[in-house]
Design a protein around this ligand. Structure first.
Ligand code: 2BA
Length: 147
């Protein structure tokens, strides 16, 4: 990934700063929670995007949402993991970015969201913008200022 000056970084579009879709762990909206929990556990991420079969962005699912949905009054009802679909539990009220949005807008959203999903004009998933990427760019800029 290229290293940019701060003004350039904030003015630039997020296009060169995203993790591309083929490198992002995700689940299908029709998968059951058992599969989603498996993907989350194996990848180590706390939340990942939910897509439909046309690769359109539907929402996010996280371990906390899954655990909350199988929490009974006296015990965790693990047997429900197989019955419940991701679409019943996911959060579909999520911020979205377009490839043409500025890094400045993405930085604002990163304050409250560890990652933001990026889609193209047709709503097809393109990748994610993470806190890690923007922090790395800012750190590189600060290092240059101190030299
Ligand atoms: P979390 O899973 O809560 O991860 C928080 C931070 O911990 C990550 O920040 C990263 O620095 C580190 N981390 C966690 N799991 C990791 C792993 N398997 N490999 C390497 N580093 C790991 P960010 O990189 O800024 O990511 C922010 C959030 O974006 C993550 O939150 C996760 O929900 C999502 N994410 C990042 N990369 C992803 C990917 N390739 N696929 C799916 N989701 C991803």
């Amino acid at each position: 990934m290229i290293s940019l000056r701060a003004e350039e970084l904030l003015d630039t579009t997020i296009h060169s700063l995203i993790i591309p879709g083929d490198k992002v762990a995700h689940v299908n909206v029709k998968n059951n929670l058992e599969h989603a929990l498996l993907v989350l556990t194996k990848t180590g991420y706390t939340a990942i995007p939910v897509l439909d079969s046309a690769f359109k962005l539907c929402g996010l699912i996280g371990t906390n949402m899954i655990m909350d949905s199988i929490l009974g009054l006296e015990r965790i009802e693990f047997e429900k993991l197989e019955e419940i679909k991701v679409e019943e539990v996911m959060n579909s009220e999520i911020p979205r970015l377009k490839l043409t949005d500025s890094a400045s807008k993405a930085l604002d959203l990163s304050i409250d969201h560890p990652f933001i999903c990026v889609e193209n004009e047709e709503g097809t998933f393109e990748g994610i913008f993470t806190r890690r990427v923007i922090l790395k760019q800012l750190k590189s800029h600060m290092n240059k200022l101190n030299k």
